[in-house]
Design a protein around this ligand. Structure first.
Ligand code: FES
Ligand code: FES
Length: 150
């Protein structure tokens, strides 16, 4: 049995020791905004925050999250009000197919908590573990830099 909070809500789950956090979030908690692509810790699509730090939920075991606070993309918006980062992604055309977007947003959230006004170079370096096959990254970087300036 593990107990953790996800986006402020307490979850108690009976999980196998080998169950990944990504599978627990998607299948047990019903939070499918955390996407799975490589499932090897390489692409960043599954990025969530654990106690504020970005982790690849596909290689992070659910049992490791016991007693911790997990944040997923579903927790960014407040009802119909999007997070400023989500607004910036829309305004700057940083979303195409959207598959990488939840992971990009969560990584960017962690970066902005650490550095509220990062340079484009810092954003590019920070997001090196988040792969996007659509946008060419430029618009994603512009969106995060612009969000940091507001
Ligand atoms: S699905 Fe987790 S890093 Fe690619
Ligand atoms: S928007 Fe399609 S993979 Fe990034």
């Amino acid at each position: 049995m593990i107990r953790f909070t996800v986006n402020g809500e307490v979850h108690e789950l009976d999980v196998e020791p080998r169950r990944t956090l990504a599978d627990a979030l998607r299948d047990e908690c019903g939070l499918t905004g955390t996407h799975l692509a490589c499932e090897h810790g390489v692409c960043g699509a599954c990025t969530v925050l654990v106690d504020g730090a970005p982790v690849s939920a596909c290689t992070y075991l659910a049992v490791e999250a016991d007693g911790r606070e997990v944040a997923t993309v579903e927790g960014l918006a407040d009802g119909d009000r999007l997070d400023p980062l989500q607004e910036a992604f829309i305004e700057h055309g940083a979303v195409q197919c959207g598959f990488c977007t939840s992971g990009m947003l969560m990584a960017a959230k962690a970066l902005l908590a650490e550095d509220p006004a990062p340079t484009a170079e810092r954003v590019a370096r920070y997001l090196r573990g988040n792969i996007c096959r659509c946008t060419g990254y430029r618009k994603v970087i512009e969106a995060i830099v612009a969000c940091g300036r507001t």
